[in-house]
Design a protein around this ligand. Structure first.
Ligand code: CDP
Ligand code: CDP
Length: 210
């Protein structure tokens, strides 16, 4: 892969960004960066300090160390919510921007998040916007965490509402809102397996490189 080749993978929660990005990183021998972990780690620090995610969180973002992103309590519902609240703060986003750019600049990378193709790497040669209906995404996230337990009725409705409220916060914030870059390929993954999404992405990458 060409030096500095960045594949940007954006989209809403539980659409399959991480699954695709990891498979692409493997296939093209590129490092993978999950930028959601940065925002989750900031939220974790804020909550652990007894602060509210609405409080100024720049300090927490500036103090992040690699171990913060390796904690095993970053993918819990209170952090899902808090991450999307701290992520709306311009000072938090500014504090994390260069860290993300340095990662991709040297040897290239597959980077997943919300604003990778629009803000972090606006010149990335490949931009993918991975999406799916909120119902499918709620079920995917549930199945990921509760193998073998059916999600239905009121619990399904609550999971959909949770995912939609995060979508709204992420797409309506003033700074770096979630939206496809003008030059992104959008893949609606409803009814597609992870393998089918991967194949479609690889075909597109081959086209972009030819
Ligand atoms: O990174 P993001 O939150 O966008 O989603 P993910 O963690 O990659 O995917 C959420 C779940 O959906 C995982 O368990 C994937 O295996 C699953 N998935 C799927 O069922 N079908 C797809 N086309 C893509 C992902
Ligand atoms: O895995 P999932 O898609 O559920 O979430 P994530 O990618 O770990 O991101 C958690 C939260 O961080 C998102 O809801 C966004 O508010 C924020 N985020 C962001 O604002 N910009 C990014 N590049 C990545 C994540």
């Amino acid at each position: 892969m060409t030096a500095g080749f960045v594949i940007a993978v954006d989209g809403p929660a539980a659409a399959g960004k991480g699954t695709l990005a990891r498979a692409l990183a493997d296939a093209y021998s590129l490092p993978y960066l999950d930028t959601g972990l940065l925002y989750r780690a900031v939220a974790r620090r804020v909550l652990d300090a007894g602060l509210r995610p609405e409080d100024a969180a720049e300090e927490a973002a500036l103090r992040l160390v690699p171990e913060d992103m390796q904690r095993n309590d970053l993918r819990v519902p209170e952090v899902d919510r808090a991450a999307s609240i701290v992520a709306a703060q311009p000072a938090v986003r500014a504090a994390l921007l260069e860290r993300q750019r340095v990662f991709g600049r040297e040897g290239g990378a597959v980077v997943d998040g919300r604003d990778i193709g629009t803000v972090v790497f606006p010149d990335a040669p490949v931009k993918l916007f991975i999406t799916a209906s909120s119902q499918i995404r709620a079920m995917r996230r549930h199945n990921q965490l509760n193998v073998g337990v059916e999600l239905e009725g009121a619990a399904l409705e609550a999971a959909i509402a949770e995912i939609e409220s995060r979508d709204t916060r992420d797409s309506q914030r003033d700074v770096a809102p979630l939206c496809p870059a003008d030059d992104a390929l959008t893949i609606n993954t409803d009814g597609m397996s992870a393998a089918e999404v991967f194949q479609k992405a690889c075909d597109y990458i081959a086209l972009r490189r030819s």
